[in-house]
Design a protein around this ligand. Sequence first.
Ligand code: SF4
Ligand SMILES: [Zn+2]
Length: 291
Amino acid sequence: MNLQQKVKQTVQNYKLCNKKERVLVALSGGKDSTVTAYLLKKFGYNIEGFHIDLSMGKYSEKCLKAVQDLCKQLEIKLHIYDVKKEMGNSMCYLRSAIQSQKSLKNCAICGVIKKWIMNKEARKLKADKIATGHNLDDEAQTFLINVFKGSPDLSSNSGPITRNVGDKKFVSRIKPLFYIPEDDIKEYSKKMKLPVVYEKCPCAIDSYRIQVRKFMNTMPDKNKLNIVGNMEKLMKKIDRSPRDDSSKDDSGEPSGEPSGEPKDNEINYCEICGEPSRKKVCKMCELMKLK
Ligand code: SF4
Ligand SMILES: [Zn+2]
């Protein structure tokens, strides 16, 4: 089966979305989210693009251009959220302010902020689903990181679709590339000549994930599939108690930190911003609480 057929199978078998639903694809300008949008459109789904402009200099400019080119090519609507305009400062500035008081990695901060924006904006736009570019390598890495950190249960909500679909304020996330190895996605994006920024984000710092990635790169893809397959088996047995998961953020970049997605049976709303949260105060408001 080729990549396209495999993705179609994932979308159909897991009922990720239907053709009446409005699906917002979180576009970063990278290969994974680009291929996600390209294929969903090719399969005839009703998609629109959503891009968060982080104002991180030249890199952000290139990403924005790639996303605009893609949406033009696919003839889909593009929604742009300008962090500087909406939140008053670039992501670099927000991060430095937070890091002056809290010891957190770049991606941990950026990931939480982007996730918060994504859910809020997707709801405003009345989207039924948010599609992200998470791939097989990301999912296997995340599971191993959680195991190495002694918390495999943090992966309990992993899968091609989030299971917390019942809450009206939480927009479900789907991952059509869940079973596709990263190298295959790269090759496909090049073959299809898609507008992609291949260089890594200059602010991506997550040494633990980088170590795990290096280790996993020595494995054949079938071992990665085994890891994810075993993870799914194990998670069925694990009690779905309160959790966070460590995964890539919505643009498909590694956040390296818990996502804080609420679960079916424990949807709360942040008492500050009103967004879905496991705790009284969501991660975003927790981050922004500077002295
Ligand atoms: S790699 Fe990290 S810092 Fe860069 S955009 Fe993604 S989450 Fe943000
Ligand atoms: Zn909040």
